[in-house]
Design a protein around this ligand. Structure first.
Ligand code: B4P
Length: 191
């Protein structure tokens, strides 16, 4: 089994690159952002609760997303591997994921972190907001999302650095160029 975490600030291209990785390597994508947006759209009790946080640019509470990921892992017992896209976003989530995977004897193989400047992140998210209709892609909420990233998510990079699983790659350039460098990292590690 091959487990990859795709890590980076909001708008760094995690979702964009995950789509390419799934096609090439046949891994199952678990995107907490997509799962949460699905819950919001279907107006489930979880979605109604999560929306309050997402609309403010805040992270959804750890216990909610950890529970979601745990059940998705159980739903997919026979897979080649997972891409965790947008998860973990806090150190508590990273520790919980390690525990879940240790239990299944399939640890994280590599964490790829996409590095993108703050100006570029804002430009990307504002222009996505013009077409996506996403309630968290307006300027005020984007500023909050980036603040949340610095306060709660960037320590996750240190967590994986200390475990020697973190690889940092430039996240600026064309989608294809970035995908080539991601593929280079995966190719040297996947069986
Ligand atoms: P996410 O859905 O994960 O949103 P994201 O960080 O904006 O997306 P991503 O990095 O995937 O960017 P994308 O490829 O789309 O999270 C949304 C919200 O859900 C969070 O704020 C939080 O509230 C909640 N949430 C999710 N996971 C959580 C968790 N684990 N814990 C707690 N809360 C959680 O790219 C962005 C834009 O850039 C696109 O328009 C794309 O076309 C463009 N782009 C991509 N690559 C480019 C490139 N190379 N050059 C130019 N543009 C590019």
């Amino acid at each position: 089994m091959f487990n990859l975490v795709l890590f980076g600030p909001p708008g760094s291209g995690k979702g964009t690159q995950s789509a390419n990785i799934i096609d090439k390597y046949n891994l199952v994508q678990l995107s907490t952002g997509d799962i949460l947006r699905g819950e919001v759209k279907n107006e489930t009790p979880l979605g109604i609760e999560a929306k309050k946080f997402m609309d403010q640019g805040q992270l959804v509470p750890d216990e909610v997303v950890i529970g979601m990921i745990s059940s998705k892992l159980d739903e997919n017992p026979e897979v080649k591997g997972f891409i965790f896209d947008g998860f973990p976003r806090t150190v508590a989530q990273a520790e919980a994921l390690d525990n879940l995977l240790e239990f299944k004897n399939n640890p994280i193989n590599v964490v790829i972190s996409l590095l993108v400047s703050e100006d570029e992140l804002k430009t990307r998210l504002i222009s996505r907001g013009e077409v996506s209709g996403r309630s968290d892609d307006n300027e005020e909420v984007i500023v909050n999302r980036i603040k949340e990233y610095h306060a709660k998510t960037s320590p996750v990079a240190d967590y994986y650095r200390s475990k020697n699983t973190l690889i940092e790659l430039p996240g600026e350039g064309s989608v294809d160029e970035i995908f080539d460098s991601i593929s280079g990292v995966i190719d040297t590690r996947i069986n």
